[in-house]
Every structure is written in structure tokens, then in C-alpha cells.
Ligand binder design. Structure first.
Ligand code: TXA
Ligand code: MG
Length: 309
């Protein structure tokens, strides 16, 4: 567990140390050209769960996946001609594209919060680029602040917000832009501005005349079957997702580990959705730490559709 948070000035040794920690499954704070990100291995559900744990985020929002270039991005998502044009014009840089996720792309389901789309960005900052090269894996990275706090533009901001909760902060001084990346969804219907940011594409707000705010996505993944919470036993027509002592048909974590449970949550919901039972039941999850975020998501999954966000 990270007890002391070290702050290292940017340099080859600091990048090596950050890459080593990320390979071990820890999130590390790293500057980008927009704001400091809290980066972890996007292919590891447990590593991504530790991002949420460190931020104390009370719910799971999908995270941006950072990759070194367009080739790596194409291995993760489907690019139509419009997406290709945007990437060619603005990458590396502060533009995030939300695109259809490829099957077997290897991205942990907790990164996309179970959605069939993925947010991708090729950062321009030398620290994030060096880290991507050293780790050799895509990095999921939300802003490196505790939940509900403003995004950090200096290592000192990260330390004040997440000190004691993460092992390492790479100090690259003040970030150049200080504002999170522009987020655009590209799908068959064209472009939708999900978050305004440093890159102005001249997009109007969405057709309904509003911009979808981060974390308020209309497109939360929800299973297409009724979900019953706090179940200790399954009815005949229920697939029971277990936790701890409740074994169920499949368990989020037999040992009652919340990091493991968070990492498996969306895979477990998809598995339950595909199972030959009409309903889904879920064992009680303690409401402490990451459990609060798991329960938030489970309550949304169990809420009547269309759900409110
Ligand atoms: O500048 C930035 O983008 C920074 C730096 C660190 O790269 N990162 C950042 O990440 O701001 P974060 O997690 O704070 O913002 C991610 C937002 C989510 O709240 C959500 O609105 C959107 O990206 N997002 C991610 N995946 C999505 C998806 N599949 N569909 C729609 N929106 C998505
Ligand atoms: Mg943020």
C-alpha cells in the first residue's frame, strides 16, 4: 500500500520508477499538457480500481485511455473517416475521441464502465509520452484530484489532494493548458461535443441544445434484465452475483476484496445478462471505500429504465 507519496522531478529515473509502479498495478500521477492525470494500466481491472480508490470517486465514470499514437488507438477502437481526420489534425494534443470499442481490445471493462465505446487520447506532453513508451501499455488516466476537487495543474495540487493515497507524483511543473481535453463522440450520427476544452472544433452543443457534462452520460451501461440487490440467495430464475460469503453463480470476490470486486463488476454484469436466467441478483456489498462506488453503479443498474443520471 502507498503510505508515503514521493514527488520526483521529471527525468529518466523518475519515468523508470513510475513505469515500475504501474507494472505492479499502482496508479501514478503524471503531468499532461492539460492537467495532471492519475495513470494506471488500462488492461488491468485491479489497477484501474485503485485509481477510483485513490480518488475516492463515489461512482464509476468511464475513463480516458491514453495511447502513444494512432496505430495503438486503432488497435483499441474503430475509426471511421471522420475519426481519422480528427486524429490526423489534432493528435498528439488535447482532443479525446469517443469511438466504438473493438472486441478483444484488452481494455479492462472498468475503464469503459461496461460501455461499448471507449475514450481515446494521444497526449503531447513529454512525461506522459515517455511513460507510455516505458510501460508499453495503454494508460487510463482521469484528472489526479480527489473526487469533487478541481483538476490539478501543479504537482503540489496533486500532493495536497492525493498525498498518502498514491505512491508517486511526477513533477513537471505547471501544465501548459490547465483545462481538460475537448471530448467528442464520433459515431454513425456524426459528431457530438461531450466536453468543451482547449480544441474548438466549432461544434454546436448537441441537437437537444445542451452539452453532456462529464459524469452525466445518458449512455450508462445497464443490463437488459431486472436487477435485485442485497440478495443472499437466488430464486430459480435468478443469476446470483456473489461477494464474500455469498458464493452465487459467479463471485465478484470470494475473499471479499473490494478492489477485486470493482475490477470484475462490469464483466460480471455482462456475464449475468448473457446467462440463461431471466433475472439478476447481487449479494450485499459493504458500503465502505470502493464499495460505495460499486453500490452506486449497482443501484443505477437496478433502477427502472430509462434511468436518471
Ligand atoms: O485532459 C484530460 O482529458 C485529462 C488528462 C489527464 O488526460 N483527463 C481527464 O479524464 O479529464 P477524466 O476521467 O476526468 O474525464 C473523463 C471523461 C468522463 O467523465 C466522461 O465524460 C468521458 O471522459 N468519457 C470517457 N469515456 C467515455 C465514453 N465511453 N463515452 C462517453 N464519455 C466518455
Ligand atoms: Mg476530472
Amino acid at each position: 500500500q502507498p503510505g508515503n507519496t514521493r514527488v520526483l522531478p521529471l527525468g529518466p529515473q523518475a519515468i523508470d520508477e513510475a513505469a515500475r509502479l504501474i507494472a505492479e498495478g499502482w496508479p501514478v500521477a503524471v503531468p499532461t499538457e492539460t492537467v495532471y492525470g492519475l495513470a494506471a494500466d488500462a488492461t488491468s481491472g485491479a489497477a484501474v480500481a485503485r485509481i477510483y480508490e485513490a480518488k475516492g470517486r463515489p461512482s464509476f465514470n468511464p475513463l480516458i485511455v491514453h495511447v502513444p499514437g494512432l496505430d495503438a488507438a486503432r488497435r483499441i477502437a474503430h475509426f471511421d473517416p471522420m475519426a481519422e481526420r480528427l486524429a490526423a489534425a489534432h493528435w498528439p494534443g488535447p482532443l479525446t475521441l469517443v469511438l466504438p470499442l473493438r472486441e478483444a481490445a484488452g481494455i479492462a471493462s472498468l475503464v469503459t464502465a461496461g460501455l461499448s465505446t471507449v475514450a481515446l487520447r494521444v497526449p503531447a506532453h513529454r512525461a506522459m509520452r515517455a511513460l507510455l513508451a516505458a510501460v508499453g501499455r495503454p494508460l487510463a488516466a482521469p484528472s489526479a484530484n480527489a473526487s469533487g476537487r478541481i483538476s490539478p495543474t501543479r504537482a503540489e495540487h496533486v500532493l495536497a489532494s492525493l498525498g498518502g493515497r498514491i505512491p508517486l507524483i511526477l513533477d513537471g511543473g505547471l501544465t501548459a493548458l490547465g483545462l481538460e481535453s475537448t471530448i467528442v463522440a464520433v459515431d454513425g450520427e456524426g459528431l457530438r461535443l461531450l466536453r468543451p476544452g482547449p480544441i474548438d472544433l466549432g461544434l454546436e452543443p448537441t441537437a437537444r441544445g445542451r452539452i453532456e457534462a462529464p459524469g452525466q452520460l445518458a449512455s450508462h451501461y445497464a443490463p437488459a434484465k431486472p436487477v435485485r440487490l442485497d440478495a443472499t440467495e437466488a430464486a430459480a430464475d435468478e443469476w446470483l452475483i456473489g461477494f464474500g460469503e455469498v458464493t452465487g453463480d459467479a463471485s465478484l470476490s470470494p475473499s471479499g476484496d473490494l478492489v477485486e470486486a470493482a475490477a470484475r463488476l462490469f464483466d460480471a454484469l455482462h456475464q449475468a445478462e448473457a446467462a440463461p436466467r431471466a433475472r439478476i441478483a447481487v449479494a450485499p456489498i459493504p458500503d465502505t471505500g470502493l464499495g460505495a462506488a460499486i453500490n452506486d453503479r449497482l443501484r443505477r443498474a437496478a433502477a427502472p429504465r430509462p434511468e436518471t443520471t
